[in-house]
Design a protein around this ligand. Structure first.
Ligand code: PRP
Length: 209
């Protein structure tokens, strides 16, 4: 049995669609309810829904053999896992954004609100800019509106959230998409099954493109 951690939410639903197309579906997963674990013994898979930012933890520690995680989550937490495939879904970009028309003052310390402090720190380290990171857990766009920060570092997909809050992209610096990741030991022990699944997922992701 291959244990697979899926991120709860829209990305997870789309990722599950790829597993289904790759012949590793589990019909019961589509039924509404609060159940978290779903098995298809014939296909040799067991899925479980976890919080998106927790996927790398399950995979790194071997509670899951495989998982689906955004490149944003992987770059932020740097888990010790293999990255097997770019699934080509959940495409978006890591951006610096701020109030429309706002320009950074040359020398003042920049206050940056973000869910991704490590990514933000690495980004500004390149230019040597002095920053003050304000770590938030959601609704990041509120920070510059309320004067909590000057700018935000966040993922932008359609740009709707920025637009509806009078913010704009200042810099788009990192393309993001969802990746299939594997636990290192599990990859060795279940090499044959994981390779076969990975090949079928490559095909399913190609068709979905
Ligand atoms: C993400 C991100 C932006 C939004 C971008 O938030 O933090 O707020 O999506 O998408 P858009 O460009 O298509 O508008 P998420 O939905 O994960 O919610 P959160 O604010 O709780 O983090």
């Amino acid at each position: 049995m291959i244990n697979i951690a899926l991120p709860k939410g829209r990305l997870g639903e789309r990722a599950y669609g790829l597993f289904e197309r790759a012949g590793r579906g589990c019909e019961e997963i589509r039924s509404p309810g609060r159940k978290l674990v779903f098995e298809n013994p014939e296909a040799g898979v067991r899925f479980f829904w976890v919080k998106p930012s927790d996927v790398p933890i399950y995979v790194e520690r071997g509670a899951a053999d495989l998982g689906v995680a955004g490149k944003d989550v992987l770059l932020e937490h740097s888990p010790d896992v293999y990255e097997l495939l770019d699934l080509g879904i959940g495409r978006c970009a890591m951006c610096v954004a701020g109030p429309r028309g706002w320009r950074a003052p040359e020398d003042a310390t920049l206050r940056v609100a973000t869910k991704f402090p490590n990514i933000a720190r690495r980004h500004y380290a390149k230019s040597g800019r002095a920053i003050d990171i304000i770590k938030l857990n959601g609704s990041i766009e509120l920070a510059p509106i309320l004067g909590l920060s000057d700018v935000i570092v966040d993922i932008v997909e359609t740009g709707t959230t920025l637009k509806e809050n009078d913010l704009e992209v200042i810099e788009r610096f990192l393309p993001i998409s969802a990746r299939l990741i594997a636990n290192k030991a599990g990859y060795k022990f279940k090499f044959k099954d994981i390779s076969a699944l990975s090949a079928d997922m490559t095909e399913a992701a190609g068709e979905a493109d």
